[in-house]
Design a protein around this ligand. Structure first.
Ligand code: NAP
Length: 292
């Protein structure tokens, strides 16, 4: 029996990874890490053991990892000293004799000069720490989440159009659920040690493509309007976002426009054994539900 622990069990990706694991492994093989186990009552009800732990509490992590063979490390939130948290998890896992860590860095193609503040450098730090740790590891690199698109284009995109800085780059967005299912495959099967996957969705789309999809979905023209960076910030702030959050979104939009996530590996489809959700499918479902 291999015991698998998923961190971030109270968040989107961690919870979905555990739910997909439940379809492949008995609940007794699974555990989740939570800062507040009460928030994971639904998983406990499914028979999953929830262990208390905080990425900042090294000793608590060592205790939580006791008897665990594989750890899925859900990346820590941006701008919360990610390096200390990730380092704690890796060191505690080694001390607790965990054998294998799966980590989800953002995709950063070899040679790319693009960086996201507090993401890219911190993810590369984890990769270096894992390589130096002596532990087996797997990197399941993520593209931007499909579910982040409404955040990038603002809540009134259907009415106002897509207002983003100019650029024609495309991104292979993937849904959290598909990414989590791919995690579950990697965690529950043998043979993924020391492998790196780039979990691109397919097909990649640009913001002009998103405008076209929304036009087709709504039956009325949704224009693509290229503006300046400042126009974009002003627009998101007018919707109530604090300026640092609007600037963070701008960083992602720059990456998409620069084609940072426009690659295609087939890794996600291969791991899932089926086509992943497309951006068009997501947008149709999201905006149809909102119009209903
Ligand atoms: N690829 C993308 O487009 C994209 C977009 C956004 C984020 N991300 C990254 O993906 C990660 C997972 O996304 P998500 O949607 O699942 O995020 P989420 O719903 O916010 O979940 C984050 C999880 O991490 C836990 N956590 C945070 N700080 C912790 C700490 N100090 N110790 C232990 N657990 C801690 C949270 O616990 P609590 O419930 O206690 O808060 C929660 O369970 C994010 O954290 C971020 O690094 C990627």
């Amino acid at each position: 029996m291999t015991k698998i622990l998923v961190t971030g069990a109270t968040g989107n990706i961690g919870r979905m990874t555990l739910k997909h694991l439940l379809k492949r492994r008995p609940a007794s093989d699974l555990a989740g890490l939570a800062r507040d186990p009460a928030k994971a009552a639904d998983l406990v009800a499914e028979g999953i053991e929830i262990r208390q732990g905080d990425y900042f509490d090294y000793d608590g992590l060592v205790r939580a990892f006791e008897g665990i063979e594989k750890v899925m490390l859900v990346s820590a939130t941006a701008f919360t000293d990610r390096n200390s948290q990730h380092q704690n998890v890796i060191s505690a896992a080694r001390q607790a004799s965990v054998k294998h860590i799966v980590y989800m860095p953002i995709i950063h193609e070899e040679g790319s000069a693009f960086t996201l503040p507090d993401i890219t450098g911190q993810d590369l730090f984890v990769e270096d720490q894992l390589k130096a740790s002596g532990l087996a590891f797997t990197l399941v690199r993520h593209p931007p989440f499909i579910e982040s698109l409404p955040f990038y284009i603002g809540s009134k995109a259907l009415e106002r159009g897509i207002h983003v800085p100019a650029g024609a780059g495309k991104a292979g967005f993937a849904s959290r659920s598909d990414l989590a299912e791919a995690h579950a495959v990697v965690l529950s099967e043998a043979g993924h040690e020391y492998k790196t996957y780039a979990l691109y969705g397919d097909p990649a789309v640009s913001f002009a493509d998103v405008a076209q999809i929304l036009s087709d979905t709504s039956g009325k023209p949704v224009p693509f309007v290229a503006g300046s960076d400042q126009d974009y910030i002003t627009h998101l702030m007018a919707e109530g976002l604090p300026e640092p959050v609007a600037r963070f979104a701008l960083g992602w939009v720059h990456g998409i426009n620069a084609g940072e996530w426009s690659g295609s590996t087939g890794d996600l489809e291969n791991l899932l054994g089926r086509k992943p959700m497309t951006t068009a499918e997501f947008l149709r479902a999201y905006y149809t539900a909102r119009q209903a």
